[in-house]
Design a protein around this ligand. Structure first.
Ligand code: IVH
Length: 690
């Protein structure tokens, strides 16, 4: 049997079913778009469905359905408006999406031209994203404005067009009045700024907002009451003269300049002859697209010579002499092939959608973050689903829609993994939280590097010279897995000296810093462990509450909850951390390496001279960073708050203290300057060393 011969009945039935499916979707969309002004698809999504139907039709011309929307221009006119038959049909445009298709179009034009007419000039215009309107002027006065409708018959919206500020109602006497009938076509649109303002106002009133500027323009033009359109920031940009053009005007660019002379606004125009120059213009316009005051979705390329345009003529739906060169789709339909759970540096599990690679807005996209399991449930997305992926400008790709109608029978629902994909530790999703976490802590390789950076940081174990870059290098060399390995680094001394940029001296310094860090304090050590929710002040409170490490490690959540400032979530996280065998092993190794601290004197620490006071720090301190001042105050028993209130006991005011100083004065709060603060620290020197 010859493959691809006349389709077998079942194939034909399949193909027709596919066509019907696409036709229904396109029709539903056309209705929503043209009649309801409430689109259910992005333009690019519509284009993709239409393209799919077109290629089915091209491959199976005998199966083309009589009511296929690929053969029609657009919407049906609304019944309330007076219907007007266009003098000449308002055509649509064919689309090309890449350089090869552009070259094809230009080649097809050449094929229809004589040898002498080859490689004509092209006019390049912006493809304005609004809606097409035809304006009829009689002896220089605007008589009628009609929407495109289905291309043959449109709606009379003259009453609304009269409210558009940049649309000339009367043309300059000299030229305009001499022309009995002038028909100008162009685009009515809503500039971005006006659209944003309109939506902001609507939102403030609790009214419905518009999906995009084009819908806002369409909705405004379709008002029966012109006083509503008058309040909408609409604009008209002309792009063609369909009747009444003076005979001495022979090109599209001349026609547009002539319209400009009559007072019409036009978009920017340029000309080019070869496809490379058209491509360059297209790319340059795409770059500045975001900065334009209105939305465009591509450029329109038109054979510039009007007599050549007439010679080339039109197909039923679109001219042969013009083509829309659309910008890369910003919303593209593709398949979700898998979900990868990635473990972040703090143990958070993020679902990443693996896509069949697609070009979105000019960039190949194969991953899309799905944020969390809740988002997956909200979207109801399954592995195997067809999905829409949106990306605009530099914006990160986003999954915007799941095509439930297209869901394959073997789609697989997504569930949260029970074990960490990196270290196999249990995964938890704390109640009320969106993000699932790996409980692997110091044991999970995905979290180890971050844990190392935190462990050596100045306010933790303070190992000078062991920066993020060096840590990453040692990690890559396999010398470091978890924080306990830091104390084994000295055995790599000679290998370290051999490393690039690490001389003998700096290796010596590093080894000394590692050694010195073994003498620390309990609060610093607790803080250095990087337990979720345990910052410096919590570490200090824990040290005070439990006095030593074994007691803290043995504490149950009830005991932990007795510590000042510790709530349910932090208590659970501390308990979970110390319950994990691998964390206990790391701690044992750290202690075996010789880490030690002075016993915490709960009695003297308990004195806490500033207990019960609430301090606020403002302005710049010359002698220490704010976070250090904060820790010192906390060590003395004060709580430190970010904002002034009736409960504030003292305001510590550094240089350039602003409004807080004035407010404190008003409230009669005690104000302490930096000198006085330093004196206070000196007075309590034994206590204030966190
Ligand atoms: S020329 C026969 N020029 O795009 C030529 N159309 O997708 C018809 N459009 O219906 C149109 N900017 O609403 C032309 N510079 C431009 C345009 C433009 C936007 C719209 C117009 C048309 C649609 C076709």
């Amino acid at each position: 049997m010859i493959p691809n011969s006349t389709p077998q009945p079942s194939d034909a039935a399949d193909i027709v079913a596919k066509m019907r499916h696409l036709i229904d979707a396109l029709k539903r969309h056309n209705h929503a778009y043209y009649v309801l002004d409430a689109p259910i698809l992005q333009d690019s999504e519509y284009d993709q469905l239409r393209q799919k139907l077109l290629s089915l039709e091209a491959a199976h011309p005998d199966l083309v359905q009589a009511d296929s929307p690929t053969n029609q221009v657009g919407g049906v006119p609304l019944a309330q408006f007076t219907q007007v038959t266009h003098a000449t049909p308002m055509l649509s445009l064919g689309n090309v999406f890449n350089y090869a298709e552009l070259q094809d179009f230009m080649r097809r034009v050449n094929e229809r031209l004589s040898d002498a007419q080859q490689n004509p000039d092209y006019d390049i215009e912006l493809k304005l994203d609004g809606l097409a309107v035809a304006l009829v002027y009689e002896h220089g006065t605007l008589r009628q404005a009609v929407t495109r409708g289905d291309g043959q018959v449109g709606e009379d919206i003259t009453h609304n067009a009269r409210t558009i500020r940049n649309l000339p109602q009367v043309l300059p006497a000299k030229i305009g009045q001499a022309i009995a009938r002038l028909e100008v076509r162009g685009e009515v649109l809503m500039p971005k700024a006006g659209f944003l303002r309109l939506n902001r106002d609507a939102e403030a009133r609790g009214d419905k907002t518009f999906a995009n500027p084009r819908n806002a323009a369409a909705g405004s033009l379709r008002q029966l009451d012109p006083s509503i359109a008058a309040q909408r920031p609409l604009a008209f940009y002309a792009y063609s003269v369909n009747d009444g053009l003076p005979a001495d005007i022979t090109t599209q660019t001349q026609a547009l300049r002539w319209l400009q002379g009559l007072g019409f606004s036009i978009g920017e125009i340029q000309t080019a002859t070869d496809s490379a120059a058209v491509q360059a213009a297209y790319e340059a316009i795409n770059v500045k697209r975001a900065d334009l005051p209105y939305e465009i979705d591509g450029v329109v390329i038109k054979v510039n010579d009007l007599s050549l345009q007439r010679q080339l003529g039109s197909l039923s739906r679109e001219p042969r002499w013009a083509m829309a060169y659309k910008f890369p789709a910003q919303t593209v339909i593709t398949r979700l092939n898998a979900i990868d759970w990635q473990v972040g540096r703090t143990g958070q599990l993020t679902p990443v959608g693996k896509l069949a690679p697609v070009n979105v807005g000019g960039v190949t996209v194969s991953n899309v973050s799905l944020h969390n399991i809740g988002e997956i449930q909200r979207l109801d997305v399954r592995v195997g689903d067809m999905v829409s992926v949106h990306r605009a400008g530099d914006v990160i790709p986003k999954l915007t829609r799941v095509w439930l109608d297209e869901r394959p029978a073997d789609s697989v629902p997504v569930t949260l993994p029970k074990q960490c994909p990196v270290c196999a530790s249990p995964v938890v999703l704390p109640e009320g939280e969106a993000l699932a976490r790996c409980t692997g802590g110091l044991y999970c390789p995905a979290q180890q590097q971050e844990a190392l950076v935190h462990f050596v940081s100045r306010r933790a174990m303070d190992i000078d010279g062991l920066g993020e870059r060096l840590l990453a290098q040692f990690f890559a060399l396999g010398w470091l897995h978890n924080v306990a390995d830091i104390y084994d680094l000295p055995k790599h001394q000679s290998a370290m000296i051999a490393l690039d940029k690490l001389g003998e001296k700096s290796v010596d310094n590093l080894i000394n810093a590692i050694e010195a860090s073994k003498h620390t304090t309990l609060p610093r050590f607790i803080y250095a462990l990087g337990i979720r929710g345990v910052g410096e002040s919590t570490a200090l409170n824990l040290a005070r509450q439990f006095g030593d490490l074994p007691a803290l490690m043995a504490a149950n959540t009830d005991e932990l909850l007795k510590t000042p400032d510790i709530g349910d979530i932090t208590a659970a996280s501390i308990h979970e951390f110390f319950a994990a065998t691998h964390n206990r092993e790391v701690i044992e190794r750290l202690l075996a390496a010789g880490i030690q601290w002075e016993a915490v004197n709960q009695a003297t620490d308990g004195q806490q001279p500033l207990k019960g006071q609430t301090w606020v720090i403002t302005g710049t301190l010359a002698q220490m960073p704010r976070d250090e001042a904060k820790a010192k105050l906390q060590a003395l028993g004060a709580s430190v708050s970010g904002s002034l209130s009736g409960k504030t006991s003292v305001l510590l005011a550094g240089e350039k203290a602003g409004s807080k100083l004035a407010k404190a004065e008003n409230l009669g709060i005690r104000i302490v300057d930096e000198a006085e603060f330093m004196q206070l620290l000196a007075d309590f020197a034994d206590t204030a060393t966190p």
